[in-house]
Design a protein around this ligand. Structure first.
Ligand SMILES: Cc1ncc(COP(=O)(O)O)c(C=O)c1O
Length: 432
């Protein structure tokens, strides 16, 4: 463990709550502090390198410090970083998003996924004139008030799925249902369908580990929301440009009314987008009465990085996506095989470039199942991986991400580390 990181963490804790600027970055005994990153690897303050499968929580599809993105951004930097006035780049970028992502007839660029989902929900409420929204247990849609109810990611890791500081009145219009449960959805729509403005969903639930939608679940969401005139919002902050160029919409061939995009979209810079059907988006100010604004929205630096990564993905999608999927499948197969070799009951899931392991003998189909997996075994697995030089998100309630920068050597190195990490996990196993 890195001693410089320990010193930095002690210093950080005095000035930043928990020593971090986002809770998911904190873990015991202290997180490593990053000195630099390149390709598939990050190097900490003491010079130790880690093969990285956190990839900034899924933001870096092409790995760290991609040369093409850096060149484009350097070129933009010399022309200014922020104008507070429109640019051609924003327009061509939005056109490229529309070309890649089937439902985005019109959109707004913002700076974070949190902003994107907040504004998408407001827009859906403004458009329908209804107040209620449905979200699903364990889905994480950022850290704004109306969706921090039974939220996944850090909210679950740190046992605060319902945050303090949010008045009950704010969340009384948020209906929370189990993911993958068609009956619960049908009953809710039958009861109060005419009051429901929107259903917001992570099409693949990637914020409590990785949970895949049951067959036809997304089609069912499409059908019932159309029937009752509610807006279907796919939160594609993780799945967008990751499951396929056109995200979950393309992968599952289901077209929502609205989508939120972020992470990969910014090419490593702060950028997100929300958008959808023109008739919905035309309700936004200054053409409509739903208000949304942002000083840094569509800034030329982030827009350049985003435009560059989308150009790369459009040009090379036929090589990039099959390779990513193959690599994630290889890692998850290794986890499955090695679990058997260590006599461990685990569930391993992967889709496109996402994968995750759960320490349990029961299939994971929703938040409740995910919470009952063995967290102590996961922690032992995580800590041993770290020791071996492999970094994954430090919580069971996150997902691992493969990038195009991961090489065959990285995979081999990682599989060796998996072997040792599963051995460490098996020592924690207590029959329940
Ligand atoms: C599905 C999903 N939606 C929204 C967000 C919020 O995005 P941001 O952290 O950029 O605010 C996240 C972040 O992890 C996410 O995974």
């Amino acid at each position: 463990m890195s001693s410089k990181s320990k010193v930095l963490f002690e210093r950080a804790k005095k000035i930043l709550p928990g020593g971090v600027n986002s809770p998911v970055r904190a873990y015991a005994p202290y997180p490593f502090f990053v000195e630099s990153a390149q390709g598939s690897k990050m190097t900490d303050a003491d010079g130790k390198a880690y093969v990285d499968y956190c990839m900034a929580y899924g933001a870096l599809l092409l790995g760290h410090a991609n040369a093409e993105i850096l060149d484009a951004v350097k070129n933009q930097l010399s022309k200014g970083t922020l104008y507070g006035a429109p640019t051609e780049r924003e327009v061509e970028f939005a056109e490229l998003i529309k070309k890649s992502s089937p439902c985005m007839e019109m959109m707004r660029l913002v700076n974070s996924g949190t902003e994107a989902t907040m504004h998408a929900i407001r827009t859906a409420r403004g458009y329908t004139g209804r107040k209620k929204i449905i979200k699903f247990e364990g889905c994480f849609h950022g850290s704004h008030d109306s969706v921090l109810v039974k939220a996944g990611s850090g909210a679950t890791t740190f046992a605060a799925p319902n945050s303090l500081g949010i008045p009950e009145e704010t969340t009384q219009n948020t209906i929370v249902l189990p993911y993958n449960d068609v009956e619960a959805l049908e009953a809710t729509f039958k009861r109060e369908g005419s009051e429901i403005a929107a259903v917001i969903v992570e099409p693949v639930l990637a914020n409590v580990g990785l949970i895949l939608p049951k067959k036809d679940y997304l089609n069912y969401l499409r059908k019932i929301t159309s029937e009752y005139g509610a807006v279907l919002i796919f939160d594609e902050i993780i799945t967008g440009f990751r499951l396929a160029l056109g995200g979950a919409q393309e992968y599952f061939n289901v077209k929502p009314d609205m989508a939120t995009l972020g992470k990969v979209l910014g090419g490593g810079f702060p950028l997100a987008a929300f958008g959808g059907k023109k008739e919905i988006m035309m309700n936004i100010s200054p053409v409509g009465k739903v208000y949304q604004a942002g000083t840094f929205s569509g800034n030329p630096v982030s827009a350049t990085a985003g435009f560059t990564i989308l150009s790369i993905l459009n040009q090379r999608k036929n090589q990039i996506y099959p390779k990513l999927e193959k690599n994630a499948a290889e890692l998850s197969k290794a986890l499955t095989d090695l679990s058997a070799a260590h006599n461990l009951h685990t569930q391993v899931y992967s889709i496109a470039s996402l994968y995750q392991i759960f320490f349990t003998n029961k299939p994971i189909t929703d938040y409740g199942c995910a919470k009952h997996s063995d967290l102590q075994m996961f922690t032992a697995y995580f800590q041993e991986l770290l020791k071996q030089g492999v970094f994954i998100p430090p919580s069971q309630f996150e997902t691992c991400f493969v990038s195009t920068a991961h090489s065959d050597e990285d995979l081999e190195f990682t599989i060796n580390a998996f072997d040792k990490a599963l051995a460490a996990a098996s020592k924690e196993h207590k029959p329940r």
